[in-house]
Design a protein around this ligand. Structure first.
Ligand SMILES: Cc1ncc(COP(=O)(O)O)c(C=O)c1O
Length: 373
């Protein structure tokens, strides 16, 4: 139904079934037009290309993101090459403090857990890491929201299970936390996959996501929405954070009043052009995150009929399913056997993950019948 939109990546994977749309999503053909436009802008405008990139193109990207997430002020969205950079910039806001206390879960992305584990080696840093898979996780989470917390960092959709953090719980976290506690919602597995309405939360959360998964734009474009009137002054800062204050002669380092205060420095924004080309095209075709989600859920329902072990509550699930094996070795073997059969998946620990997208159809899933799990 939608496969024609991905003809180039499908050609590039002829004979294979890419069931890892949750990992690196295929790029629609039209992304190439966006990519080429970046080159054209560079070749015709050279140094002045930044007026175009950080002008009309940036605003277009911010508008797409704001529309997808129902954010009221697109200018509060800051960009960086990866989410790790944005996370580090946020963490740098705490450098002036004597201590740092973080509340998080055991299921956050690798760069986060690695970074926070390294920081934990300092006696001033305390990290409370909760098991998000416990039945009573919501209660435990709320109990752990204390006044001395500096940062809460939680995924919107967990990378190892695909489970969605319910909006009601996000709301409860906001109600319970201190105003000064920074709440980051890591939306990388939710953005452009799960219909998301941040309008009620935008003043209270930092939403983090990026381009190479369901946004279908490839690597190089991550973003964070910053609450309006945020006065944080990241210590890790680059010259893009103060365009509006470049000529200021005050001693204190100045920051932009909008999302630019969280930018770094010169970066390759070709992924922004790809992202805009893709979501311009989807808009023209009437394809929204809701449409994509409904389609993906229909594939997931079919897949569960073929692989019952991947069964779960689809209403609480992002765009991948998983199947758990008894050991990591068994999981790895299943992954490798599938790969030999031309079926591309991936795994995290004992969980084999299957990710769905518009470049697959029901017929493709029948290939799974050959597998005897
Ligand atoms: C939940 C989550 N957040 C963020 C990222 C991306 O991290 P980075 O942009 O720092 O490479 C990933 C990548 O898989 C992820 O799963």
């Amino acid at each position: 139904m939608y496969k024609h939109l991905y003809s180039k990546f499908l050609q590039g994977h002829e004979g294979k079934l890419h069931l890892a749309a949750h990992s690196h999503h295929f790029w629609p053909d039209v992304s190439l037009t966006g990519h080429m436009r970046y080159w054209e802008v560079a070749s015709t405008l050279s140094d002045h290309k930044w007026d175009e990139i950080l002008g009309a193109e940036l605003l277009k990207g911010q508008n797409h993101i704001a529309e997808i997430l129902k954010l009221s002020n697109p200018k509060q969205i800051a960009f960086a090459p990866n989410t790790h950079e944005l996370l580090t910039r946020l963490l740098s806001c705490f450098l002036e403090q004597k201590k740092l206390k973080v509340l998080t879960t055991k299921s956050e992305f690798h760069s986060f857990s690695r970074q926070i584990n390294r920081l934990k080696e300092f006696p001033e840093v305390e990290v409370v890491e909760l098991d998000n898979e416990l039945e009573n996780f919501p209660e435990i989470l709320l109990q752990n929201i204390t006044d001395d917390l500096d940062l809460i960092f939680i995924s919107q959709v967990f990378f190892n299970s695909g489970r969605i953090l319910p909006s009601a719980l996000i709301n409860q976290i906001i109600q319970k936390k201190n105003l000064s506690t920074i709440f980051v919602l890591d939306g990388y597995h939710g953005f452009c996959a799960v219909p998301t309405d941040l309008s009620a939360f935008e003043k209270d959360i930092f939403y983090l996501a990026g381009g190479y998964k369901y946004a279908q734009a490839g690597e190089g474009m991550c973003f964070m929405s910053i609450p309006e009137n945020c006065q944080l002054r990241p210590v890790y800062t680059g010259w893009f954070a103060s365009f509006t204050t470049l000529s200021s002669s005050t001693k204190e380092v100045q920051y932009a009043e909008d999302g630019f205060r969280f930018w770094g420095a010169t970066q390759d924004l070709s992924a922004l052009f790809r992202f805009n080309a893709v979501w311009d095209e989807f808009k023209k075709l009437g394809l929204t995150v809701d449409t994509i989600h409904t389609y993906v859920q229909s594939l997931q329902k079919e897949f569960i009929k073929i692989v019952p072990a991947a069964q779960c509550d689809l209403e609480r699930q992002g765009h991948f399913l998983f199947m758990e094996f008894a050991s990591v070795d068994e999981t790895k073997k299943a992954y490798e056997d599938l790969l030999k059969a031309g079926i591309i998946t991936d795994y995290r620990g004992r969980r084999l993950r299957f990710g769905f997208g518009m470049y697959q159809d029901e017929q493709d899933l029948k290939r799974f019948k050959i597998v005897n799990f």
